[in-house]
Design a protein around this ligand. Structure first.
Ligand SMILES: Nc1nc2c(ncn2[C@@H]2O[C@H](COP(=O)(O)OP(=O)(O)OP(=O)(O)O)[C@@H](O)[C@H]2O)c(=O)[nH]1
Ligand SMILES: [Mg+2]
Length: 379
């Protein structure tokens, strides 16, 4: 594989030579089965980082420099990953800080995980074997640990321990798939959002424990307050979107379609054929149930999709049986009772009220009995 180690830099003149030298002289010679190179993504650092890199490029031929305007860490990574794939033919790319916080000795362990079949491997400080600096004040330690725990909890993904770290390797396919969505995350939120989207899309995520050390030279670029606000905004909105556009959202769309079928048949039978609202609703609902079953099977619950025709018929019957309970007793029952008490003229409002009760009942039943989910598989 062509493996490119991408190192973003902003004013890292004092660090870059040390890091590059260790990689070139100690690490790369150990790696026999991959072509290793380095790409430095510098945002026109005023301290002259780029001049330092140009000197290093004379010494080692496998170093490239990708320069651009400063638009934040995420933007620098997106630009550099594009460059690595197009110009350097990268199959896999590392993300690594320039300030020596990430131990280059761990590079082979990351590559081993890629060879084992993982698509993206993240360095983790928060699981066994990993660590944050012991000299950090308690407040900073707590902040770091609780921050990651918050992200894991809100996103409901507990299998990944370190969301905010920046020592990773990923196959080019992961970047190409997520790239379009990543351009919105120009700052440090890039790390969380990239990992979240990769996990969402089913890429295999591996972990390597790392021991994070503090930078000794140069200044930190992170603006904590801005970062926290961006990070929380991302995880909360991402989670809300997942819920709305996930199963429940699809369920509403399918149900909405069924609702229209039900309503049209009800109106036609009542207005043109002079039926009573209750039996008219039963006919409308019978068609709506058929539509709902098929759309849910093909779309909402497609991961638990039913394959054989025998099972399809069995499940459809089962679905009619469970749905008819709700349709007869809850929806049509509401129409029947209100019709009896208040008269026929507002029958459509009774239908709306009955359908609302039915909706709540149905989602519970569908989830519990019909497309019962397999237990999640541990990663
Ligand atoms: N190209 C580019 N690199 C950046 C930018 N912001 C940060 N970096 C680099 O990204 C890496 C991580 O930044 P740091 O400032 O070390 O962030 P951090 O590690 O979270 O903070 P510290 O623990 O204080 O070092 C370093 O190599 C920075 O030079 C940016 O806007 N553009
Ligand atoms: Mg750092």
């Amino acid at each position: 594989m062509n493996v490119v180690i991408i190192i973003p830099t902003y004013n890292e003149k004092d660090n870059i030579e040390k890091l590059v030298t260790v990689l070139e002289e100690e690490i790369f010679p150990q790696i026999k089965n991959h072509d290793m190179s380095i790409l430095i993504a510098d945002d026109n650092s005023p301290d002259g980082t780029a001049d330092e890199v140009k000197k290093l490029m004379k010494k080692w031929k496998n170093i490239s420099l990708n320069q651009g305007e400063r638009k934040g860490l995420g933007a620098a990574y997106v630009r550099a990953m594009d460059y690595a794939i197009e110009k350097l033919n990268a199959d896999a790319m590392f993300e690594m800080d320039a300030d020596l916080s990430h131990d280059p000795k761990k590079v082979p362990a990351f590559l081993k995980k890629i060879e084992e079949g993982f698509d993206m491997v993240v360095g983790t400080r928060y699981s066994e074997g990993g660590s944050i600096p012991s000299n950090w004040p308690l407040q900073r330690k707590l902040f770091s640990i609780l921050g990651n725990l918050t992200v894991r909890t809100i996103l409901m993904r507990f299998g990944i321990h370190d969301w905010t770290g920046g020592f990773r390797v990923l196959k080019k396919e992961v970047f190409l798939k997520e790239k379009e969505e990543l351009t919105n995350f120009k700052g440090y939120t890039f790390q969380v959002s990239f990992l979240h989207k990769a996990a969402r899309d089913g890429f295999r995520i591996g972990e390597v424990p790392i021991n994070f050390t503090d930078r000794t030279l140069g200044r930190s670029k992170i603006v904590p307050r801005e970062y926290i606000v961006d990070l929380l905004t991302y995880v909360i909105t991402a989670r809300i979107k997942e819920v709305i556009f996930g199963k429940f959202g699809k369920f509403l769309v399918v149900g909405g379609f069924g609702f229209v079928i039900n309503a049209v048949i009800l109106r036609v039978l009542v207005e043109y054929f002079r039926w009573n609202p209750a039996p008219a609703n039963l006919v409308g609902a019978a068609f709506a149930i058929f539509s709902n079953f098929n759309f849910n099977n093909l779309w909402t619950f497609r991961h638990e999709k039913i394959h054989s025709f025998g099972i399809y018929l069995w499940k459809l019957t089962h679905f009619y049986a469970t749905s008819s309970l709700g349709v007869i007793f809850i929806q049509t029952g509401t129409i029947f009772i209100l019709n009896y008490l208040l008269g026929k003229q507002h029958y459509f409002i009774y239908f709306l009220i009955g359908t609302f009760f039915l909706l709540i009942w149905n989602f519970t039943i569908y989830n519990r009995f019909i497309w019962k989910q397999k237990p999640p598989q541990g990663k």
